[in-house]
Design a binder for this molecule. Sequence first.
Ligand code: ADP
Ligand code: ZN
Length: 432
Amino acid sequence: MMFQRDLESLPKDELQALQLRRLQDLCARIYANVPFYQRRFDEIGITPKDIKSLSDIKYLPFTEKQDLRNNYPYGLFAVPKENIVRLHASSGTTGKATVVGYTQRDIDNWANCMARSYASVGLTQKDMLHIAYGYGLFTGGLGAHYGAERLGAVAIPMSGGSTKRQVQLMKDFGATALCCTPSYALYLYEAAKEAGINPQELPLRIGVFGAEPWTENMRHDLEEKLGIKAYNIYGLSEVMGPGVAVECMEGSHGMMHIQEDQFYPEIIDPITGEQLPDGEEGELVLTTLTKEGIPLLRYRTRDITSINNVPCACGRTFRRITRLKGRSDDMLIIRGVNVYPSQIESIIVEAEGTAPHYQIVLAKEGALDTVEVLIEVAENSFDDTIKSLQKREQKIQKTIKEFLGVTTKVRLVEPKSIERTEGKAKHVIDNR
Ligand code: ADP
Ligand code: ZN
């Protein structure tokens, strides 16, 4: 029996009944214990008792990242501090950090969600997980770690950094799975090659990659380079950490089952806040159904995706979200055209036939936005003549214009000239 497979395969009606019970309980808890929510409920004249069906959730107030910041550090905690056993903080990619607290039960649920996630991509207690997500306030490392132990697998707590040593130990210890950001996986691959280690000859067989947007092309490339199957995992510290949603082995194109018994998903129009039906793209909103430390009602993730309710061949009944393009605040507006960095990534990986290190540099020339796309060329093609490099630059420029409608200046740069990161890659530099 796979880890908690019965829960993940609950018949739809039972799942919805469970979600409703938990939603009602959540509202009662936050109304009684978090003054912020009590005020919000009172303002719109709703009490927890008014929630009679799951669809009533649309009448409830949202929670935004700014609300966590305004109530920094502990204002949204719903239990006394003696019941909290752990703190984490978001990486602060988009501003001031936010703090979250976990009760012992929250930590347990999280470990279960991660263990399910591993099982979902084919890992078992026989596996050894090389965990290169950062350990610390960032939820990646410890989240991945507790899940591995809960599954009964071996957790190898590498954390980020010492990349050379990482590849050596990956080889020595014989890790069968790698957990890190996709950009760090690429960096590890390069370091392995430099050290004369061929990753394809290692026992490594599965990659569990997330914490930043990546593309289908990047997946194919990582699978080929590392000789593994690569899977997509999603999470965010405000809601729990990694393991909120994950791919399965039947899945395709990065679609991830949401752990719906724990998190109730909605998609909304980011402008109007209206709920959108399954299948339509919008902002993902998550309600933590069981969390005790810092339960969140209708948390606006700013992540853009859609919900797919087509039954999955794996038998899990949890709905899936489609691969995330990036957050709404990652979206670049270039001369009036909306573009996500991941869309540019997708084009350059395809053009180069290899996962690139790239950077998008935005500047202003007079009133106009200019976009420079720096792409590292592969080691073996740097000797190409200037002429042939220029040709390649123009070709990529043309494809970006054709597919995304924005004019860019593509520049191929020397191998290793773009900075490597151990965690989330920084693909955009905005000098506007
Ligand atoms: P921060 O918001 O400071 O980056 P987190 O570490 O909690 O803090 O990051 C969570 C965010 O990372 C998500 O909201 C999402 O934007 C991004 N993310 C996580 N996993 C994925 C994934 N598989 N694909 C795309 N984006 C992801
Ligand atoms: Zn599935």
